[in-house]
Design a protein around this ligand. Structure first.
Ligand SMILES: N[C@@H](CCC(=O)N[C@@H](CSS)C(=O)NCC(=O)O)C(=O)O
Ligand SMILES: [Fe+2]
Length: 242
C-alpha cells in the first residue's frame, strides 16, 4: 500500500504467523472502502487479528478457510462472534459448516478486488486456492507449500489428485505470480510459480514419481488432529452460531 496525495492506494496486505502451528493468516483489504478478507485465521491468534482489523479501521466482511485444517483450530467462528457482519466461508465440498459455501469459479469481492476460487483437491477433497489475479497473488492453502506440498495420507488425501490440481490450476498460472501457502516450517514466507516449477522437490517430478514420494513420507500425524478436525467442521466453535 502507498500514499498518493495523502490517500492510501493499492491493496492492503498482511501476512501473519501463528508461531505454534506455523500457520500463515492473510489479511487483505481495499484501502478505499476498507472492506477486508481474512484467510485461514487461527483460534489462538484471534485477539491479534481482531485488534489489527480495528487498528486499521477495516470492515472485515469475510473469514475464509482454504480447507478443514488438521493441525490447528480455525479462528473463523470466534471472529464471527466478535466482528459484527463478518461471514465465514469454506468450500461446499468440505461439508463443513459456514455462512457461505464456495465452489470452483466463485468470486469473493472486496471493493474493486476479487479472489477467484479454484478447487484444488488432493490434500483434502475440499481444498480451495484463492487467486487475486489483478495483483498476481495466490493463496494456496496446503496444496502447494514452499518447495513442498500438503500431505496426502489422511482427510481424503490423494496424491494423484493433488499433482493434477496443482499442475492444472496453480503451476499453470503466470510464472511471476506469487504463492502464499497456509504453512511454512522453514521460515520462508512466499514463493512464485516459476520458482516452484524449477525447485519444488516433489512437484517437479513425474506424476508417478510424485505419488511414490507422497506414499513414502511417513510423517507423524499432526498433534492436534483429533481435536482440530471435529472443531473445524463447525468453524472452530461447538455452538450453533458456527
Ligand atoms: N507437525 C505438525 C504437522 C505438520 C504437518 O503435517 N503439516 C501438514 C499441513 S497441516 S494439515 C502438511 O501437509 N505437511 C506437509 C509436509 O511435507 O510436512 C503438527 O503436529 O501439527
Ligand atoms: Fe491441511
Amino acid at each position: 500500500m502507498s500514499t498518493v496525495s495523502g490517500k492510501e492506494t493499492g491493496l492492503l496486505f498482511r501476512q501473519l504467523l501463528d508461531y505454534k502451528s506455523y500457520t500463515y493468516t492473510y489479511l487483505l483489504a481495499d484501502p478505499v472502502s476498507r472492506i477486508a478478507v481474512l484467510i485461514d485465521p487461527v483460534i489462538d491468534m484471534v485477539d491479534r487479528d481482531v485488534a489489527l482489523v480495528r487498528d486499521l479501521g477495516l470492515d472485515l466482511k469475510y473469514a475464509v478457510n482454504t480447507h478443514v485444517h488438521a493441525d490447528h483450530i480455525t479462528g473463523t467462528g470466534e471472529i464471527k462472534k466478535r466482528v459484527a457482519g463478518c461471514k465465514s466461508l469454506i468450500s461446499k465440498v468440505s461439508t463443513a459448516k459456514a455462512d457461505v459455501h464456495i465452489s470452483e469459479g466463485d468470486v469473493i469481492k472486496f471493493g474493486p478486488y476479487q479472489l477467484d476460487c479454484y478447487s484444488t483437491p488432493g490434500h483434502t477433497d475440499g481444498c480451495m486456492s484463492l487467486v487475486l489475479r489483478s495483483e498476481g497473488l495466490v493463496f494456496t492453502g496446503d496444496a502447494v507449500l514452499i518447495r513442498g506440498c500438503g500431505r496426502t495420507d489422511f482427510q481424503q488425501g490423494d496424491a494423484g489428485k493433488l499433482y493434477d490440481s496443482v499442475h492444472t490450476k496453480i503451476l499453470s498460472l503466470p510464472r511471476f505470480f506469487k504463492l502464499y501457502p497456509a504453512h511454512d516450517y522453514t521460515g520462508q514466507t512466499s514463493s512464485t510459480v516459476g520458482e516452484e516449477l524449477q525447485h519444488n522437490q516433489r512437484l517437479t517430478r513425474t506424476r508417478d514419481e510424485f505419488i511414490k514420494i507422497m506414499h513414502n513420507l511417513n510423517l507423524p500425524y499432526p498433534k492436534q488432529i483429533d481435536k482440530a478436525l471435529p472443531a473445524n467442521m463447525v468453524c472452530g466453535v461447538f455452538d450453533a452460531s458456527q
